[in-house]
Design a protein around this ligand. Structure first.
Ligand SMILES: NC(=O)c1ccc[n+]([C@@H]2O[C@H](COP(=O)([O-])OP(=O)(O)OC[C@H]3O[C@@H](n4cnc5c(N)ncnc54)[C@H](OP(=O)(O)O)[C@@H]3O)[C@@H](O)[C@H]2O)c1
Length: 366
């Protein structure tokens, strides 16, 4: 299908940029809602060409600066009207994905921001594709189905709780909607290329540099890593086949989850990497860590701690039906592809001076 008029929020972000570029390449008219960064850079570093909104048209991208936390996305009434008129789809990808933010930030951006975008879509019954996270399942163990949401789960982070509440906003609204839930987004299937080294990549840096040597967790805990190219392709498929996707949720997940043992084995193949060991959470004592390690643990690792003991397996029946080309990349081979890329571009295998450098490299506030 081509020729839709699509609003993409979070269009300059990791996911939004890739979705924006792909939709435009497919011949859609893309209205890209940007926030503080106006340049749209694809995962491989290519800058997406944009045209002023007055010249928007099929195959072209036009940027609109807005703020989803504000009513009418922070736009003037006139601009809001222009934007909403004739829309065929809204893809909502704006969010904060940082861990360790204050709850007010998650609430205002991820929950209230979603409510504002839902309102825009609902006013004109525009089909909404909402980008959530597989980790709205919180700390659930075992098989997680795509149509499940509230099963009384406990949340490991404020981020996932806010995304859970955002999904509830979408479900409660009188708007035709589909939800895509990526797990942890990492590099492309073929080459491992990733634009932003955030979240688990920061953890990997601390592990491989030996800054953090022991972590509370289980070797058989499961990490679900999904290639960024697959996530973007699945979102575009949902946009294109909305009639089929409507009312459904899609887990955008890896071909199979990796155990922490898989990850440790892959790290051990690189002579320059240190490999952390996992300690039973009941026996772990952060206070007993050496002073430097304790700082890294408390500042960074503690935010991700629940991921080192989770054992969720995401069922992706809906996604497999809609996108039969789901990720082939699997097992330790894919981990090697991801790590090789990190080494090739100098993200891993290089020592930084201290915690400030690690946070800066990962684009995180100090
Ligand atoms: N990355 C992952 O591993 C992952 C995994 C599962 C689900 N997801 C979901 O995928 C979606 C996209 O994530 P991502 O990784 O692409 O995140 P990202 O790279 O951080 O992009 C988020 C985008 O949202 C924009 N934004 C922030 N505050 C805004 C505001 N007030 N108004 C309008 N836009 C605002 C940001 O713009 P500025 O930078 O200019 O502020 C940025 O372009 C999110 O819904 C996230 O929850 C991501």
């Amino acid at each position: 299908m081509s020729g839709l008029r699509v609003l993409v929020t979070g269009a300059a972000g990791l996911v939004g940029a890739e979705v924006t570029a792909r939709l435009a390449n497919e011949g859609h008219t893309v209205l890209a809602l940007v926030h503080t960064r106006s340049e749209i850079v694809r995962n491989d570093g290519r800058v997406v060409r944009t045209v002023p909104i007055e010249r928007s048209g099929p195959g072209l991208v036009s940027c609109v600066a807005g703020d989803v936390t504000k009513p009418m996305l922070g736009l003037t009434t006139e601009r809001h009207e222009d934007l909403a008129t004739g829309l065929d789809r809204v893809v909502h990808a704006a969010a904060t994905t940082d861990f360790g933010r204050r709850w007010e930030t998650y609430e205002s951006l991820n929950v209230d921001g979603t409510r504002n975008v839902v309102r825009l879509a609902a006013e004109r019954a525009v089909p909404l594709v909402h980008v959530s996270t597989a980790y709205v399942c919180g700390e659930r163990t075992g098989r997680v189905l795509e149509d499940e949401l509230d099963v009384g789960q406990r949340f490991g982070t404020g981020y996932e709780r806010s995304k859970f509440l955002a999904e509830q906003e979408v479900r409660a609204a009188a708007v035709p909607a589909a939800v895509v839930r990526p797990s942890m987004i990492v590099g492309t299937q073929e080459s491992g290329v990733i634009r932003d080294f955030k979240n688990m990549y920061v953890v990997l840096k601390l592990f491989t540099q030996g800054r953090v040597r022991s972590v509370p967790g289980f070797y058989d805990a499961l990490l679900d890593l999904v290639p960024v190219d697959y996530v973007a392709a699945l979102i575009c498929q949902v946009v294109n086949q909305f009639d089929e996707a409507r009312g459904r949720t899609f887990h955008a997940v890896g071909a199979a989850p990796h155990t922490l043992l898989d990850v440790s084995n892959a790290l051990a193949e690189y002579p320059m990497f240190e490999v952390p060991h996992y300690v039973s959470p009941s026996a772990f004592d952060a206070g007993a860590l050496p002073p430097d390690e304790r700082v890294y643990y408390r500042r960074i690792i503690a935010m991700y701690e629940s991921f080192f003991r989770r054992r969720a397996r995401f069922d992706d029946t809906n996604a497999a039906r809609l996108a039969p080309w789901r990720p082939a990349a699997t097992g330790v081979d894919y981990l090697r592809t991801l790590l090789d890329h990190c080494v090739r571009v100098g993200y891993l295998g290089r020592a930084e001076a201290g915690i400030g450098d690690v946070l800066r490299l990962a684009g995180r506030p100090r």
